[in-house]
Design a protein around this ligand. Sequence first.
Ligand SMILES: [Zn+2]
Length: 89
Amino acid sequence: MLVDADHLLATPVFQADRCSLGFHYLHTGYAIAVYFVLLFLRKPFNIIGIGLLLHMLADLIDCVFMFNHCKACFLNAPFSLHLSLPIFL
Ligand SMILES: [Zn+2]
C-alpha cells in the first residue's frame, strides 16, 4: 500500500524485527489520529481512513507476533514506553 512508502525514508529501508508503528512517519500516533479524523469526512476520505486504520491494525498484529518471539524488539520499539505505562500505574 502507498502508506508504506514512508519505509523508503528509513535507514535501513528494511530491517527484520522492526515494528513499523511509531517508527515510520506515516505510522506514528499523530498520523493515526489524522486517519481517525478521516472517518468523519465525506466519501472517499472516510473510505481512505478505514483503509489506513485497517493497515495500522495489520501492522500492529504483525508487531505483536514479532514481539512474541523477540522481547528486545518490544523494549526497543518507540512506543513500548507508552504501552508499558499502564502496568506501572
Ligand atoms: Zn505499514
